[in-house]
Each structure stands twice: as structure tokens, then as C-alpha cells.
Design a protein around this ligand. Structure first.
Ligand code: ADP
Ligand code: MG
Length: 147
């Protein structure tokens, strides 16, 4: 349903809700990139690959949607790149390929539960990207060849 989906755009300031302080920074795209998402791509959590300024390719998890936890009114695409970076990369070009779907969006009773869920998403993304070799291989190949 709309996957794989490739997206490319500048990393902008997000909603400043301090995901970084939670240990889970999420790189935000502007609306132009979000508007290119096919309608079939439902809100939820996705996994795939990402890179910054055509650098090394890393695994990623992305939240698409309305962020019910924060009562958002705006659609968003927020990417957690599964790599430890030395510095922020605002203004740089983030490329992603979304390969698979992990779960729908959920409301969480507490920040603790939210963090637990995200850590679970990261673990699941690891497993899927390792286990589903074909998806992973094709995705990675396509990704590295796309511009
Ligand atoms: P914002 O509200 O501006 O999105 P966050 O707290 O979500 O702030 O942090 C996101 C920023 O952190 C990204 O725009 C990026 O510059 C930086 N960053 C550092 N490491 C990562 C990472 N592994 N994944 C995503 N963003 C990261
Ligand atoms: Mg963010």
C-alpha cells in the first residue's frame, strides 16, 4: 500500500517537544515533502533506510500522522535515524526509503509508555530489516541508486 516510498528534503525544526531529551530525536520534514506521501500510506510507524547528505545509509523508523499523543493538528513525517550522530543536521538533506509498516498510531498514557513503545519499534525495525532480506536488499539497492 504505497510502499516502498522514497522521500527527500531538508531537515527543519520540529515542534520542539524535546524528543531529543527523551533520547529519541526525530528529524522533521517540511510540508512539501509530507504532501508527496501517497494517500495509501496511512498514519502509523514505518521502517526503512535513511541517510544525510548522501552519507552512510542507516536503518530508520518513521512516524507518519497526527501524533495523537501530542494532540497534533498537523500531519508530520518524523524520522529517527538508528545511528548516533555527533551533531545535529538541521538544514541538511535527509533521504529515506520507507519499506514496511510496524503499527498504527496509538495514544499513550504516559511519556514512559511512549518511550517504551518507540524502543520496541526500533527493536522490531532491526529484526525486520535483518530477517526480511529481500525487502532489505531491494530497498537498499533502490535507495543507493536513487537520487
Ligand atoms: P525537533 O523538534 O526540532 O524535531 P528533536 O528533539 O526531535 O527536535 O531533534 C531532532 C533533531 O535532532 C534532528 O533535526 C537532527 O538535527 C538531530 N538528530 C541527531 N541525531 C539524530 C538521529 N539519530 N535521528 C534523528 N535526528 C537526529
Ligand atoms: Mg522532531
Amino acid at each position: 500500500k504505497g510502499l516502498p516510498h522514497f522521500a527527500k528534503g531538508e531537515v527543519i525544526k520540529g515542534f520542539g517537544r524535546g524528543s531529543k531529551e527523551l533520547g529519541i530525536p526525530t528529524a522533521n520534514y517540511d510540508v512539501d515533502v509530507v504532501n508527496k506521501l501517497p494517500d495509501e500510506v496511512e498514519p502509523g510507524i514505518y521502517f526503512g533506510f535513511a541517510n544525510i547528505d548522501n552519507g552512510c545509509v542507516h536503518k530508520m523508523v518513521m512516524s507518519v500522522g497526527w501524533n495523537p499523543f501530542y494532540n497534533n493538528t498537523k500531519k508530520s513525517m518524523e524520522t529517527y535515524v538508528m545511528h548516533k550522530f555527533d551533531s545535529d543536521f538541521y538544514g541538511k538533506t535527509l533521504k529515506v526509503v520507507m519499506l514496511g509498516y510496524l503499527r498504527p498510531e496509538k495514544n499513550f498514557a504516559s511519556v514512559d509508555e511512549l518511550i517504551k513503545a518507540i524502543n520496541g519499534d526500533v527493536a522490531n525495525a532491526e529484526i525486520k530489516l535483518e530477517a526480511d532480506e529481500l525487502t532489505s536488499f531491494v530497498g537498499l539497492r533502490l535507495f543507493q541508486n536513487s537520487t
